[in-house]
Write a protein that binds this ligand. Sequence first.
Ligand SMILES: *[C@@H]1O[C@H](CO)[C@@H](O)[C@H](O)[C@H]1NC(C)=O
Ligand SMILES: *[C@@H]1O[C@H](CO)[C@@H](O)[C@H](O)[C@H]1NC(C)=O
Ligand SMILES: CC(=O)N[C@H]1CO[C@H](CO)[C@@H](O)[C@@H]1O
Length: 439
Amino acid sequence: MLFRINVIAVSLAALLAAAPAIANESGCVTKFDPSKDYFPDKVTTKYGAGFEISYNKNYKVIRNLVSDENYILVQCGTPAPADHPATDATSTQVGDWTKVFDVPAKKVALDSAPASAILELLGEQDSVGASYRFLEVTSPCMQKRLDGLPRIQQNFGTPKTKNSRRAILTPRVSYDLGDNVLDWTFTTYGMSDPYSVAVNPESATDMLGKAEWIKFIGAFYNREADANKLFEGIESRYACLQDHAKSTGLTKQTKTVGFARYNRVPNGTVTSWTVDQGQQWFVQGLADAGLTVHAGDVTGYSNVDSFHKAIGDWDVLIDMSTEPLKRGGATIPLWDNLVDGYQFNDNQKLRVVADNSIYRTDHISSVNNATDFNEHLQIQPDLLLADFIRIHAANDGTTEAIWHRNLPKQAPVSWLSADSCQNMADKVASASSGIGKCS
Ligand SMILES: *[C@@H]1O[C@H](CO)[C@@H](O)[C@H](O)[C@H]1NC(C)=O
Ligand SMILES: *[C@@H]1O[C@H](CO)[C@@H](O)[C@H](O)[C@H]1NC(C)=O
Ligand SMILES: CC(=O)N[C@H]1CO[C@H](CO)[C@@H](O)[C@@H]1O
């Protein structure tokens, strides 16, 4: 159960390793031929991923629509195109940077949890040569790898505007790669530096668009063929699970899901309750499992009875609360925290409590409080749909979901540490969504 996600990664990597040689360049070209197509294997996007890619003979052009950046990926050993100049490293321009890199990647720095998950799916984890000092991942084997590597810093700077007491704030954040020989950093935000690459599956509008970021990273490694194979596997499992939800009648008997949180301040007092909205892809995934998201704007309640009334017709509650720590930081709530925070008691007859249908997406978390919500969940929408189907099909709450921890049933958090990194070969056979024939 706990290792199902890693198992998938292992099995796919094993399958890929056995595939026949594919037409791509795995190293640098020594004799440039301007008439040759250096990228016979190509990827395209079709699901609202948040990036676009196009191919020229010896370079690729990627536009990240989320971070507002352009990446020109030049086949190593061939000339960079003159018509896509890199933005000057000292530029104070905000957004629309153009960054030029040689591919395939050799050594990269990591500051992105979904990029970490994708590198493992592609079997490229050995290319990670450093990580940002505050990056935490859930994957035990990546935790182990990062433990032995340099941690890099960020530099913050605010260019001064002359003759003005109120400087125009153009914050510059860049990674300090130090003496490490690294190609770039996989990160989350568009940054004003020449060597950061934003990876944004969390901003895809569509469930399958999230998985298309496997193609994005694949392009930086000339691994398009393998990225396409991984994506097609996810796409066909997703379609299979959609059919399963239809054929078993789940999409006909819809249930209502709502997102909520209690707001506790560090002195321990709960000051209010909030009904939240789900992200677009989350709502779509729920709909594919026959689950309807509670309609309405984000609403705050200062009276707990009004809050209980608002969630009265929900069948499933997804909890977004955090438990603040007195000296800063936060920890993951357990059932006792929720009972206290939401002031649940037996007299309320709330359906979500009676049906044991309260979940959090932190079932898989690292000992350092990273949750897999930010990592594998962002790029494996097929398995996420399997979670939603399990949640819908359960009459009395399920503890079988991969990422959704059942609170009323007090399902434990799977706390992962580097010590859990082990050979998964014997577990490969069990790699599947575990639902119907969708494996
Ligand atoms: C805790 O903080 C809240 C909000 O800041 C305040 O209203 C309340 O009086 C505080 N309670 C205690 C016991 O200090
Ligand atoms: C993570 O949670 C633990 C307690 O479970 C807490 O001691 C620690 O401060 C938390 N870390 C952060 C960064 O919030
Ligand atoms: C011809 C060629 O370089 N093929 C390579 C394509 O990529 C795979 C996976 O990285 C390599 O194993 C092949 O050798």
